[in-house]
Design a protein around this ligand. Sequence first.
Ligand SMILES: [Zn+2]
Length: 159
Amino acid sequence: MVVKDEELPYLRRCVELATEALEAGDEPFGSVLVGGDGAVLAEDHNRVASGDRTRHPEFELARWSAAHLTPEERAAATVYTSGEHCPMCAAAHAWVGLGRIVYVASSAQLVQWLGQLGVPAAPVRALPVREVAPDVVVEGPVPELAEEVHALHRRFHRQ
Ligand SMILES: [Zn+2]
């Protein structure tokens, strides 16, 4: 684990965004794109309640970065996220050449939590980012925040 203390605010913001998604009736996921200088460039949360199940925040941030950042800026950027990228988002992240990923909860944790809540399996296998995008530096999980994310998923699926 190489997540530095000064990075925790970005991860806390991801949990806040996930909470906003939950309160808007969406699945609780949130992500923040941070430049190489530490500035927050963009953020988003899940928007799949619209009916478009590709509206994951990490996918939106990959597209935003392709539209607004140079290749060098993308490579220097970090995506912080409440839950590890799914294979779709990991692929988008790698295709646009973004840098590091730091997640609070792993896909393996999420699969376990959702299984315990009786949620049907997703149509896409929960491969770890490393299997989809082997050159991307990935860090997580972050135990000090993972229980908060777990609680958000419990709230969402008990509604
Ligand atoms: Zn995704």
